[in-house]
Design a protein around this ligand. Structure first.
Ligand SMILES: Nc1ncnc2c1ncn2[C@@H]1O[C@H](COP(=O)(O)OP(=O)(O)O)[C@@H](O)[C@H]1O
Ligand SMILES: [Mg+2]
Length: 325
């Protein structure tokens, strides 16, 4: 196995009047070549900020404080802006979570899809236009030619999401980060989109970091899973291991809420009590206050580091669960 993208101890902070929001607080994850890594975790756990950090597109005043992002042997941290621009959209591409605000409101859809091709590949305007129509049609957009002249405000959320997906996969990137790409879509369309992602992998061997709330999607799509909580990865393993033998109490709780693999409702159920604060968080296990397995070591120790507990299985916990599900 070769890693195409490795994130190592990444920290990204937002300085605010109230204090420092540690949105990404020591994230480490590995995306293997030609595979899908699912990134799961409840809302506000830092998934989107991790994705934006990898792309170096954090919104102001977000800042990467520490860490490495190694893509194909090259560290994106400290890379010059020109080289970064060359990679972005071409080799590493992001499907933004918020389709509405990711599209430029004053530029027609066709031009936005064509732009990425014109910027990175030696195609003519006409070729780019034809390919844009083809891509939009593949995304299940009914009248793709007409769509070219529309503006973002004329699209429904689901339609905008499909356009973003078309832009994200236009250049058949080596790494695709898809941030909840199907959350605005109905079940049928969701299945179609997932099929498109599978196809992209088959045809272009694109490695995908798939951010989702939906454990059913993970089971269908991902070979590996990273579980995020309070700004860090608390468990990271291959999907089968994680479903059968989750060791972090948070992962366990997530999968407990999933009584059967064929259950129709496979979304993440929020745990009781409030999620951890990201504003000046104390140096302790982020799950401490919701954990029913916490020991003295957990209460007094620093935030547990992510360590390899068996080959390929990483865990950040002082008192892991030993049971098999
Ligand atoms: N501009 C900002 N200023 C301060 N905090 C922010 C800003 N943007 C996001 N955050 C915080 O970053 C944390 C992680 O958010 P996010 O990555 O969007 O979570 P997720 O994608 O897992 O739902 C949240 O606590 C959020 O409040
Ligand atoms: Mg998000």
């Amino acid at each position: 196995m070769t890693a195409i993208l490795q994130v190592k101890d990444l920290h990204a902070h937002f300085s605010t009047k109230e204090g420092t929001v540690k949105a990404v607080n020591g994230v480490s994850l590995t995306l293997e070549e030609d595979s899908v890594l699912g990134l799961v975790g409840e809302s506000g756990s830092g998934k989107t900020m991790t994705a934006l950090s990898i792309m170096q597109l954090l919104p102001f005043p977000g800042k990467i404080i520490q860490g490495d992002i190694v893509y194909d042997g090259r560290n994106l941290i400290g890379m010059d802006v020109r080289s970064l621009r060359k990679l972005r959209g071409n080799e590493i591409s992001l499907i933004f979570q918020d389709a509405g605000s990711a599209l430029n409101p004053v530029v027609a859809i066709g031009q936005q899809v064509e732009e990425v091709m014109l910027e990175h590949t030696p195609v003519t305007k006409r070729q780019a236009r034809n390919r844009a129509v083809e891509l939009l049609a593949q995304m299940g957009i009914p009248d793709a030619v007409k769509m070219l002249d529309r503006y973002p405000f004329q699209l429904s959320g689901g339609m905008a999401q499909r356009v973003l997906m078309a832009i994200g996969i236009a250049l058949r990137p080596r790494v695709l980060i898809a941030d909840e790409p199907t959350s605005n879509l109905d079940v049928t369309l969701q299945a179609e989109m997932l099929q498109r992602l599978r196809q992209l992998r088959q045809e272009s061997h694109t490695a995908i970091l798939l951010i989702t709330h939906d454990l059913g999607i993970i089971a269908q799509m991902a070979q590996y899973v990273a579980v995020m909580y309070g700004g860090s990865i608390v468990e990271h393993a291959d999907t089968i291991t994680l479903y059968k033998r989750p060791q972090h109490p948070y992962t366990w709780a997530l999968f407990q809420a999933l009584p059967r693999v064929d259950s129709p409702d496979q979304s993440l159920h929020p745990l009781p009590e409030t999620p951890p604060t990201m504003l000046d968080p104390p140096d302790e296990c982020p799950f401490l206050h919701r954990c029913n397995k916490a020991t003295n070591e957990c209460r007094t120790g620093p935030r547990p580091p992510l360590v390899e507990v068996e080959p390929g299985h990483f865990l950040a916990c002082y008192n892991p669960i030993a049971q098999v599900r």
